[in-house]
Write a protein of this length. Structure first.
Length: 493
């Protein structure tokens, strides 16, 4: 089997958990956007932005560090146990600090009356950060099926409990004749509302930790202080890069709260967060690709044809993302129903966010140069460059354009990071990317999307047929242009 086919297979397996899970979570969006108004949904969006950023801090680059030092170390178990011990200590310290300073933290976030939100979210962050390394170990060992199984259990519990609290319980409470009434009446409190979203997530995280404990305890725990210092020197730039990168992805939702008038801020956060969900297909693909690609890139680093391989994966990645962009935007007339009507006002940011996520994926592909060249400080520089753009542009655009300004800031940020990473990378670790073809497919997909604005009729069915014919045209164009390259050499390995 060729290397690229193997990567595609691994992506498919990792994608099982992420794609199915994300799609199931995606199916909760109509529930959440009908149960909660934009302001309440804004609370959920804000806290999940904090979760994303703080998990990066608490994992501090240990996943990539595990991949790097496992390939260079004969004692993989020592590498893993040292990193795991470090994560355990830092996670416990985080729990202690949050509980000790709970009141000041809640007041600072303007949730003095809902400090329970902070507690739930803190435990979600801590548990998910600690279990990130055991999951990375499964990836490093190519145990994709086990990885997918545990992820699906986590997602399933989260979804079932969310449905129970937000849909089943309210229905049962209204029907006193139900056999579940006594149980639900004694355990359910409708005033908890948003809190139940966090409770469902927390229970899922705890169950996942319990599932991983047998594999965690079966190793011989050894903490090598000198090895730890060496790995931390490698990982801290990755922490900074990851932190800045996550700030690029989620900081806009936090800034909206503080840069807009208080009476509309959380409503705007909620609308923006809901419309961000519509770009889910692009996010799913880039995330599943990343799960498989990072260990794949490291494992093929010594292959004499590795650079050609990296160039091909980039081209195919962009092709798939271009299809996702075009397919999503040209089917928006029915996709929009996945969010409540109160949120449709923000649909104009969806194409901007889809392209932003596409360029984020390109940037991830490009990042292989500084990881393999062990110049991880450049990763930090590039993402801090992006973070600076994010902060400056959001500060300028949000007061004028609201969440539309956040969307444009995100796209400009990732395009700038991609261009800069490409030019620096070609100096230190040149890879023969097919830039001409990449730009052709990107510009063609965007051009076709824009062209449909001039083909709109009064008949929604005709519009949908024409739009999907255009999607098929793009796929056919790519196929005929790349048909020779799709016939991969099975002896590439």
């Amino acid at each position: 089997m060729s290397s690229i086919k193997k990567l595609a297979g691994q992506t498919a397996i990792y994608g099982l958990s992420t794609i199915v899970g994300r799609l199931l979570n995606y199916l909760l969006v109509p529930l959440l956007t009908h149960v909660f108004n934009p302001e309440q949904f804004g609370v959920i969006t804000e806290f999940y932005a904090y979760i994303s950023i703080l998990i990066i801090i608490l994992t501090y680059g240990t996943e990539t560090t595990l991949f790097n030092y496992s390939r260079n170390s004969e004692n993989k178990e020592k590498v893993y146990s040292t990193l795991l011990g470090s994560l355990l200590v830092s996670t416990l310290a985080f729990f202690a600090l949050v509980l000790l300073f709970l009141s000041p933290i809640s007041n600072a976030l303007n949730y003095a009356n809902n400090s329970n939100y902070v507690v739930y979210v803190a435990f979600i962050i801590g548990i998910d950060a600690f279990t990130a390394l055991p999951f990375a170990k499964l990836r490093e060992e190519n145990k994709a099926f086990k990885f997918a199984f545990f992820k699906l259990i986590n997602i399933g519990i989260n979804i079932i409990l969310t449905l129970y609290f937000l849909w089943i319980c309210p229905v049962v409470i209204q029907n006193s004749d139900s056999f579940l009434f006594s149980f639900v009446n004694a355990t359910y409190n409708a005033s908890n509302g948003v809190a139940y979203v966090f409770i469902a997530n927390l229970v899922a995280s705890v169950v996942t930790l319990l599932l991983l404990l047998p594999s965690i305890f079966k190793i011989n725990f050894v903490f090598d202080k000198q090895l730890w210092k060496t790995m931390i020197r490698y990982s801290y730039p990755l922490l900074l890069a990851g932190l800045a990168g996550m700030a690029n992805e989620t900081l806009d939702r936090i800034l909206l709260k503080y840069l807009l008038p208080a009476d509309i801020a959380m409503e705007q956060v909620g609308i923006y967060g809901a419309c961000y969900k519509i770009s889910i297909l692009m996010t799913i693909f880039t995330q599943t690709y990343r799960y498989a690609a990072e260990p794949f890139f490291f494992s093929h680093a010594k292959n004499k044809n590795s650079k050609s391989l990296y160039a091909k994966t980039m081209l195919y990645f962009v092709i798939v993302c271009s299809v996702i962009f075009l397919g999503t935007m040209l089917n928006m007339q029915w996709i929009k129903y996945f969010v409540g009507k109160d949120f449709w006002v923000g649909l104009n940011v969806v194409p901007i966010l889809l392209l932003a996520n596409l360029f984020l994926g390109i940037f991830f592909n490009l990042s292989i140069w500084y990881k393999l060249a062990e110049k991880t400080r450049y990763g930090a520089v590039l993402t801090f460059f992006g973070a600076a753009i994010t902060i400056v542009l959001n500060s300028i655009l949000i007061p004028v354009l609201g969440y539309v300004g956040s969307a444009w800031a995100t796209l400009i940020c990732y395009v700038s990071m991609t261009i800069l990473s490409y030019y620096i990378g070609q100096k230190y670790f040149p890879i023969p990317y097919q830039v001409g073809k990449i730009l052709l497919y990107l510009l063609l997909s965007v051009g076709l999307f824009i062209s449909t604005k001039f083909l709109i009729t009064n008949n929604d069915t005709i519009n949908l047929v024409v739009n999907n014919f255009i999607v098929l045209f793009f796929i056919a164009f790519v196929y005929f242009n790349e048909r020779k390259n799709f016939k991969l050499n099975t002896n590439e390995d």
